[in-house]
Design a protein around this ligand. Structure first.
Ligand code: KG4
Ligand code: ZN
Length: 367
């Protein structure tokens, strides 16, 4: 089945084309294969100057980018045999989602192809289940062809961490999700971005903080600032809270004279605090629900320190870690095409006329 994926939920525009075959390999059965034919993206760096995403500006960018990306794909690859169009319908910024949806509707009509509505967060989950090979840093090249999914035994615990989401989910099967914990205030990515801004770093700040934190670790200096809190680390829910961390950083920044060294130390201590809480709660969830694996997904899972800490913690516990190469952690259309393929297998097509965006779509809701 050849699937075209379209992603416009936030500030990245993506179109991808995949060939996929077979069912997902559950409990050791295999047969599923995916070939990534094209994976095109345009990141809207224009917004960085404003320090955030402006929905109507982002929407205009998607309107401009989608035809460009499609033109490129159609010019290079065989698109007359497309079997389905997968498009993100939520969660995300509704003006942006609508831009992708109307684009998909026009294509579906022109090509007489069915549309599969996709939940963006499910895209983050399924792409982390792809077996990209032994090198976790693989950045995909179009020559790499047939990829399978990791073998899985359900249940698995999923931790989704992105700019808008921080969720612990129990996944009992493909397509079956139960929320077991979530953030009570800011999402992790949002906290990274806000702290980055407080430190005078550019948007989006996650990767900047991570870079400074790595420098501080390499230098191995003792911590010269107060330790930051580990919010909700010891309470007995699976919920999170990150707003207090941001305030704690602000307090230090207001009091101390900022130096490069202090900036590096704050980045490192902030990254450590976030990682400690995420790791402890995820581990407890995996133990309580008898999960054979933890799936880590969303833009923040590109973070090297978080990946490394999860990897050693889970290895010690005999639990698998499924996480995709960092290049696929942030928003892309490959993950949408992939999730779309699984839904197309179950004939979850939408009536193009009634398709609509849902900015707060949940994983346990029908798309
Ligand atoms: O999933 P994503 O691309 O978009 C949303 O759906 O939100 O996630 C974007 C978020 C941003 O907050 C960004 O700062 C964060 O992911 N991020 C990172 C890293 N790379 C991206 N956070 C921490 N460390 C990183 N290396
Ligand atoms: Zn995302």
């Amino acid at each position: 089945m050849r699937v075209l994926g379209i992603e416009t939920s936030a500030d990245d525009t993506g179109i991808a084309l995949i060939d996929a075959n077979g069912d997902p390999p559950v409990g050791g059965r295999s047969g599923f294969q995916i070939r990534i034919i094209a994976d095109e993206r345009i990141s809207q760096s224009a917004h960085r100057a404003y320090g955030g995403i402006y929905p109507n500006l982002a929407k205009k960018e998607h309107a401009k980018n989608l035809p460009l990306l499609l033109k490129h794909i159609v010019g290079v690859y065989e698109t007359t045999t497309i079997d389905a169009i997968a498009v993100t319908v939520g969660p995300g910024l509704e003006p942006c989602l609508w831009q992708g949806i109307t684009f998909a509707q026009e294509l579906a009509q022109e090509w007489s192809v069915p549309i599969v509505p996709v939940n963006h967060m499910e895209g983050h989950i399924v792409v982390s289940m792809v077996d990209f090979g032994s090198n976790p840093d693989t950045s995909f090249s179009n020559e790499v062809s047939e990829l399978g999914l990791h073998e899985l035994e359900f249940p698995v615990v999923v931790l989704l961490i992105s700019g808008g989401h921080t969720e612990l989910i129990l996944m009992k099967d493909f397509g079956t999700y139960k929320y077991i914990g979530r953030t009570r205030d800011d999402a992790v990515g949002e906290a990274f971005d806000k702290v980055a801004r407080t430190l005078g770093l550019p948007y989006p700040g996650g990767s900047e903080i991570s870079r400074l934190a790595a420098e501080a670790r390499n230098q191995g200096d003792a911590l010269m600032m107060p330790k930051l809190p580990r919010p909700m680390l010891h309470d007995d829910t699976f919920d999170f809270s990150f707003a207090g961390l941001k305030t704690a950083v602000l307090r230090i920044v207001k009091k101390e004279e900022m130096t490069d060294e202090l900036r590096r130390q704050i980045a490192r201590e902030f990254e450590d605090a976030v990682t400690d809480v995420l790791a402890a709660k995820t581990m407890r969830a995996a133990e309580e629900y008898g999960a054979s694996a933890v799936v880590l997904g969303g833009g923040v899972s590109a973070n090297r320190h978080i990946r490394a800490e999860f990897s050693s913690m889970l290895r010690a516990a005999g639990c698998k870690l499924l996480v995709c190469p960092p290049a696929y952690s942030t928003d892309n259309a490959l993950m949408i095409a992939l999730a779309g393929y699984f839904h197309a297998l179950n004939n979850n097509f939408a009536d193009p006329a009634t398709l609509s965006a849902n900015g707060s779509l949940k994983l346990d809701q029908k798309t």
